[in-house]
Design a protein around this ligand. Structure first.
Ligand code: ZN
Length: 248
């Protein structure tokens, strides 16, 4: 049984959710995202409500247990975002995500920092996106912000890490997310990384949703890791670590 630690179930159809279950991906963490820049802060609040109240029910009907993560993605920063922060402060959450930097603007830095401060105060795990462009700069800045806040290492996963950023992230104590998708890492890449860096701090995900993506990549990568590295390692990066991180 596998755990996809970062996807967007709202961007998947029912048959795609069933495909996850058919491939033994029975647990997923679905992260907040809104595909257009919200015009109102309240839009994000309703995004979170849908993710918490409706999506788990839809996922369950497809055979998948879904854990929602809420937060302001750098591409979804609404005006008056502090209204969203206040809503986040008053709720109870499993995790914050997807948060992070995209273009590394001052506003993005401010929104990320505020959410991390809140997460530290409320003791909530954070799933932190790194972008496709500006990856090195955004990753460096993210680590700098985490260090400045003395953010608890067990509460952050730096996600979409690739061969360009892995050494930089591995030097920290944070969790490391590996996204297995044709344009990101292949199952073989994931196996190579786990063989070289060990399985202690990694968790696998598909980042599936909204786009033309492959669905069951966590299962494919886990099988490669079991074959090339070991069964225990596969179980850890494709399940156990995510559960430990999310404290399930
Ligand atoms: Zn994502």
């Amino acid at each position: 049984m596998y755990f996809d630690s970062h996807l967007h179930s709202e961007g998947l159809g029912f048959s795609e959710l069933k495909k996850l279950a058919e491939n033994q991906i029975k647990d997923i963490c679905s992260l907040a995202f809104f595909p257009v820049k919200p015009r109102y802060p309240q839009t994000m609040i309703d995004v979170f409500r849908k993710l918490v109240e409706f999506e788990p029910v839809r996922c369950k009907a497809a055979g998948v247990r879904m854990y929602p993560a809420v937060g302001i993605h750098p591409r979804c920063i609404p005006p008056d975002y502090k209204i969203v922060l206040k809503y986040l402060e008053e709720g109870e959450w499993i995790a914050f995500g997807e948060i992070g930097l995209e273009l590394v603007t001052d506003e993005e830095i401010e929104v990320l920092r505020s959410q991390l401060e809140l997460a530290k105060k409320l003791d909530i795990p954070c799933i932190i996106h790194t972008p496709r462009g500006e990856k090195v700069r955004a990753t460096m800045k993210t680590i700098e912000i985490l260090n400045t806040l003395e953010f608890p290492p067990q509460l952050a996963v730096i996600d979409h890490v690739n061969f360009e950023t892995i050494d930089m992230v591995f030097e920290t104590e944070y969790w490391i997310g590996l996204t297995v998708q044709p344009e990101k890492l292949s199952p073989d890449d994931a196996a190579r990384i786990v063989a070289e860096y060990g399985s202690e701090r990694f968790m696998l995900n598909s980042d599936a949703g909204y786009r033309d993506v492959e669905i069951a990549t966590v299962a494919a990568a886990a099988e490669k890791i079991a074959e090339n590295v070991g069964k225990d390692e596969a179980i850890r990066v494709a399940g156990k670590n995510a559960k430990k991180f999310l404290r399930l």
